[in-house]
Design a protein around this ligand. Structure first.
Ligand code: NAP
Ligand code: MG
Length: 464
């Protein structure tokens, strides 16, 4: 794989300030495929300076022109779709088809949505005798995870640019090549120098320096709760804006009137996609006691189609593989009944984990409470709707969820009572304009669509 040995700062690839590098590994065969520079606090400082210098000019650029540049960026992503998909497959391990459809297709949709929003959004409103100006917050520090390498970047950078902010990105150390490709696309799209800057590196070094930098106005982070907490505290201390997207433990609630076979099948597919490395995955399946045994049998049959190395890729790293296998062992130790999969690695090479289904899972078990981030589904039994709701709402998270019922109105009635930021009704489709983000400890702030754009704006009221 081709990799840059520098940072993209101020519209050019510049040598890194330090000598350290990060090895990029293909998780399917464990081979090192590239080296990228490990950024230091000095690289971060250079990048923030470049972003600050570019800020006034970009903020003053008419929204229609910003929209045109974002549209050009979308077009470059489309033109380079094959390369993007191959790169995501190489460094994340996702099956190529998933890389083409989801990992490349969704960012193209989201970039397109922000090209349109930048052009149509009202950056000024009238309220009584006031005119309220919606102005960009300033320099954004974006810190992204590896699970959807390009989507996580685009979901922050596109709205930031639409708002008139400038950006410094620190992508995950496991997936820096996709981030470098994105920087190339920004360059090709003709965005002014300094509007977008990339510093590859470790979270504990470059990420921390970015989150703590005095001249960053807003930190937007997606990743683990532990790191998110730390970033939130740092941002709070400096009185700067922060957006946190911290994962979930979403419930897939199958009401007795639902099409059980369909709900179970799509529920399994939802978790197995991307090897379970999806923050919004419906990892807890809630089934009425009278339908429970049938659901377990259906889940077992459905998961058999997910063969590691074919429909399911590996996990991103040996560390994640170990972590997920540890959770499977914990599930067994706490008394859950394993009906498919298990902790043994299904292949000799590659960081694969067997698609695993647990039955007889009770709400207080670790596997029903903590985010596993792997191909593991837990089936929980409920007595009645109130019991289902208690279980569904009974974690610290609240990112997503699903409700299945015979008719939509019944599902919606249940969904209204759920403490969560998104609910798919009877398998509803992904909407790139719908606000995405968490209730409770799933985070602070929203991404995507007009709500995602407003995160990057602040108001100035003029009274007449
Ligand atoms: P993570 O450490 O929180 O990584 C997310 C991003 O934050 C990465 O770019 C990371 O850099 C950076 N980072 C790490 N420590 C930092 C610090 N002290 N200051 C600033 N930035 C820092 O997550 P992970 O270790 O990759 O994954 C661990 C678990 O987090 C997963 O098992 C999963 O449960 C959860 N997770 C959730 C999401 C989500 O979409 N909500 C995504 C990924 C992971 P490095 O890449 O160098 O670590
Ligand atoms: Mg980490």
């Amino acid at each position: 794989m081709k990799a840059h040995d520098g940072m993209y700062i101020g519209g050019a690839w510049r040598p890194a300030r330090g000598q350290d590098t990060i090895a990029v590994v293909n998780p399917a065969d464990e081979q090192v495929i590239a080296q990228v520079p490990a950024g230091t606090a000095e690289d971060v400082d250079d990048a923030v300076c470049a972003a600050r210098e570019a800020f006034r000019g970009w903020a003053a650029t008419p929204p229609a022109e910003r929209a045109a540049r974002i549209a050009a960026l979308r077009d470059v992503l489309v033109a380079r779709a094959d390369e993007i998909a191959e790169t995501v497959t190489a460094e994340l391990g996702a099956p190529l088809q998933l890389s083409q459809t989801v990992h490349t297709g969704v960012p193209v949709l989201v970039a397109g949505s922000y090209a349109e929003l930048a052009a149509s959004y009202s950056f000024e409103e009238k309220l009584g005798n006031s005119t309220v100006l919606l102005e960009p917050v300033g320099v954004v520090g974006a810190i992204t995870p590896w699970n959807y390498p390009l989507h996580q970047i685009v979901a922050k950078v596109a709205p930031a640019l639409a708002a008139g902010c400038t950006v410094v990105l620190k992508p995950a150390e496991d997936t820096p090549l996709t981030a470098q490709l994105f920087a190339e696309a920004v360059d090709e799209a003709g965005l002014p120098a300094g509007v977008f800057n990339l510093v590859t590196g470790l979270g504990t070094v470059a990420g921390q320096a970015l989150a703590a930098h005095d001249d960053v106005d807003l930190v937007s982070f997606t990743g683990s709760t532990a790191v998110g907490r730390q970033i939130g505290a740092t941002a709070g201390g400096a009185v700067k804006r922060v957006a946190l997207e911290l994962g979930g433990k979403s419930a897939n609630v199958i009401l007795p009137s639902a099409d059980l076979a369909k709900a179970v099948k799509l529920g399994i597919a939802n978790v197995m996609s991307n090897s379970g490395q999806t923050c919004s995955a419906w990892t807890r399946m809630l089934v009425h006691k009278d339908q429970y045994d049938e659901a377990v049998a259906l889940a077992k049959a459905a998961v058999a189609k997910y063969v590691p190395g074919e429909r399911v890729g590996p996990l991103v790293s040996a560390k994640q593989q170990q972590r997920v296998r540890g959770y499977i062992e914990k599930g067994v130790a706490e008394g859950a009944r394993m009906v498919a999969g298990g902790p043994e690695a299904p292949r000799e090479t590659g960081y694969y984990v067997s698609p695993t289904v647990f039955a007889d899972v009770t709400p207080e078990m670790t596997i029903a409470q903590e985010e596993i981030f792997g191909p593991v589904v837990s089936l929980l039994r409920y007595e009645d709707e109130d019991d289902a709701l208690r279980i569904a709402n009974g974690t610290v998270y609240g990112l997503a969820g699903a409700v299945w019922a015979g008719d939509e109105a019944e599902a919606v009635t249940f969904a209204r009572r759920m403490d969560t930021g998104q609910v798919d009704i009877n398998g509803g489709r992904f909407n790139p304009l719908a606000p995405f983000g968490g209730y409770k400890q799933s985070g602070v702030g929203r991404e995507l669509g007009p709500h995602g754009l407003s995160e990057y704006l602040q108001t100035k009221s003029l009274q007449f």
